[in-house]
Design a protein around this ligand. Structure first.
Ligand SMILES: *Cc1c(COP(=O)(O)O)cnc(C)c1O
Length: 385
């Protein structure tokens, strides 16, 4: 099976360079370790990255979405339309603000919310849309905002995975309504844990700042007031310094990921996996940041479960992940009336997706090995009848 023992290839690996490590040491020695000058610098450089729009940094990409909803005025009695094919936090934050998540099935090709099904999910209670750019591939932004405008809906973009992606050459975050990014350790750009919210104007940015830290505003030497119910969502300067180091390499990271994605497509071409019906992502090397390279297994043509397929990959020193199961089938959502059969494309993809290794620093030979392993498994366990 395995020739000489290769080192294990994880599906993701954070890359913190020496300069950033030194920068963190300086922050630790500076006497100011929580939210301060590094956070301010991080926000300034993030803002420059998205064309000068106001940006506030937070300690997760989950709280950014929740606060984005609050700023958009979403609350009890409102419906928010999103996709069931996402990390569960997208829907959880809708519940968190007291609103109701309404799911729309995915387009099986892009694996993102099917915009052609979106309008029929709109009701008089619909207040906002939360699109998710799975793996970093944006939806058709022209179509999305055309629908939002026509129905006067707010959009809170879950762009957690799409930092560095663009739409027709315009960066995600530089366009649109409220845009939420995550800088979790597995994301393309990371502050270990963290997130950012791109806002429309200084009023929204000020509200975001308040929600981030207990709703507090300070004036003069001794003045303090609290006029909104905020939380504890501020980013430490240590994390912000890690984020800065990563952010400054965004272009290089994105380019390396695109190059690796290209190699994946080349390696898969004409092989046993593709012949058996393994589903590949949409090929896009201009707008896509390639946060993930995900395949869909043709489980009806494999004498293996997905878990067994992943175990076979692991035997060949290849790590893999699942992003994600269809979230409406989780207990919390079943309890709200969701069940099998409601969103068949998301359910099928949720049961069959496998995330392959993809991170800067991976070699062309690593990609070849991953695809060779998948072809081998498909030859050994596949049946075309
Ligand atoms: C990572 C992620 C989040 C949440 O980000 P955190 O920083 O982990 O809170 C939300 N949505 C999607 C699609 C994600 O991938």
């Amino acid at each position: 099976m395995t020739e000489t023992k290769r080192p294990f290839l994880p599906f993701v690996k954070p890359d913190i360079d020496e300069e950033t490590i030194q920068g963190v040491v300086e922050v630790l020695r500076s006497g100011w370790i929580t939210t301060g000058p590094q956070n301010q610098q991080f926000e300034a450089e993030l803002s420059a990255f998205v064309g000068g729009r106001p940006v506030r940094a937070f300690n997760s990409g989950t709280c950014t979405m929740e606060i984005g909803l609050r700023i958009a005025g979403v609350g009890a009695g409102d419906e928010v339309i999103t996709t069931p094919m996402t990390w569960v936090s997208t829907a959880n934050v809708i519940l968190e603000v007291g609103a109701t998540p309404v799911f729309v099935d995915i387009d099986p090709a892009t694996r993102n919310i099917d915009l052609s099904l979106l309008e029929r999910a709109i009701t008089p209670k619909t207040k906002a849309i939360m699109p998710v750019y799975l793996a970093g591939l944006p939806v058709d932004m022209d179509k999305l905002y055309e629908i939002a405008r026509a129905h006067e809906l707010r959009v809170i973009e879950d762009a957690a995975q799409a930092f560095g992606s663009s739409w027709n050459g315009k960066r995600i975050g530089a366009i649109g309504d409220i845009v939420s990014f995550s800088f979790h350790a597995n994301k393309n750009v990371t502050s270990i844990e963290g997130g950012a919210l791109v806002l429309n104007d200084e009023d929204e940015a000020e509200l975001a700042r308040k929600y981030r830290l207990q709703g507090i505003t300070r004036t003069g030497f001794d003045g303090m007031d609290c006029d909104v119910l905020g939380g504890k969502y501020n980013l430490t300067d240590v994390a912000a310094r890690v984020g800065l180091g990563s952010l400054r390499k965004t272009e290089a990271i994105t380019e390396q990921r695109r190059q690796l994605a290209r190699l994946y497509f080349d390696a898969f071409e004409g092989g046993a996996a593709v012949k058996l019906g393994v589903g590949l992502p949409v090929e896009n090397f201009t707008d896509h940041n390639w946060h993930m390279f995900q395949i869909a297994l043709p489980l009806d043509k494999l004498r293996l479960t997905r878990a067994e397929f992943m175990a076979q990959l692991k035997e060949r020193q290849v790590g893999s992940g699942i992003h994600y199961p269809a979230l409406h089938l989780f207990t919390l959502y079943r309890a709200r009336g969701f069940k099998e059969g409601m969103f068949p494309h998301a359910e099928r993809y949720g049961a069959s997706n496998v995330t392959l290794p993809l991170f800067p620093g991976m070699s062309a030979e690593d990609v070849t090995h991953v695809v060779k392993s998948i072809d081998e498994i498909c030859e050994q366990f596949g049946h075309n009848g």
